[in-house]
Ligand binder design. Structure first.
Ligand SMILES: CC(C)(COP(=O)(O)OP(=O)(O)OC[C@H]1O[C@@H](n2cnc3c(N)ncnc32)[C@H](O)[C@@H]1OP(=O)(O)O)[C@@H](O)C(=O)NCCC(=O)NCCS
Length: 176
């Protein structure tokens, strides 16, 4: 079976508490983590990632049940950080999600940032990243990282705009 190698960047940022606050456009609201919201996080993740490049790199992201499994795995991680895990609500639906965990280091790790297609370009992705960084800072962390597929240029630009810098290039092998 053919193997495809996807170029990925690890990007990092220092946290000094001075980064811009995570503000939302009018009519959008932050929804803090609660156990009962696990399936809503999974659904927004699925609606955000299906058909996108990361659903090729991580096929579970393009599958509703895969996203439910992934959310449960993230929730079970010992370093899961509720204060870095948020939904955005519009008047009609949940439309954005981010989860954060504390990795060895300690360092904050942004897991998945997703905004459903109809709500993109409004600044919600940027706000989600900043909100997770605020959560890391409040949890005592002073550095954070994420990994992004190089082809996902919109996401790379977003992370650069927030202040992340490329620390390492990685290759993810995917079967098929
Ligand atoms: C990446 C994603 C979260 C961006 O969400 P968004 O709400 O549209 O992003 P924002 O409106 O906050 O954009 C903030 C900045 O990011 C950059 N950006 C975001 N999407 C972009 C795109 N498609 N093309 C170019 N730049 C983009 C721009 O610099 C933008 O600033 P500007 O509006 O002042 O030009 C969204 O496209 C998404 O969910 N994609 C699918 C899932 C995914 O790939 N997530 C990232 C995994 S690492």
């Amino acid at each position: 079976m053919a193997i495809t190698y996807y170029k990925r960047f690890r990007m990092e940022i220092d946290l000094d508490g001075s980064s811009a606050t995570a503000t939302l456009p009018p009519r959008f609201a932050w929804v803090a983590w609660e156990e009962s919201l696990i399936d809503q996080h999974a659904e927004v993740k699925y609606l955000s990632f299906r058909g996108e490049i990361d659903a090729c790199v991580f096929p579970c992201l393009g599958d509703r049940h895969g996203c439910q499994r992934l959310m449960r795995e993230i929730r079970r991680k010992p370093g899961f950080l509720p204060q870095a895990t948020w939904l955005i609500a519009s008047p009609d639906c949940y439309c954005g999600t981010v989860q954060g965990v504390m990795d060895r280091g300690p360092i904050g790790a942004i897991q998945n940032v997703g905004v459903v297609p109809a709500y993109r370009g409004l600044g919600l992705g940027r706000a989600l990243v900043r909100k997770a960084l605020e959560g890391f800072y409040q949890a005592g962390l002073r550095r954070a990282y994420l990994e992004v597929t190089a082809e996902n240029s919109g996401a790379v630009l977003l992370y650069r705009a927030v202040g992340f810098r490329r620390a390492k290039t990685l290759y993810k092998a995917v079967d098929g």
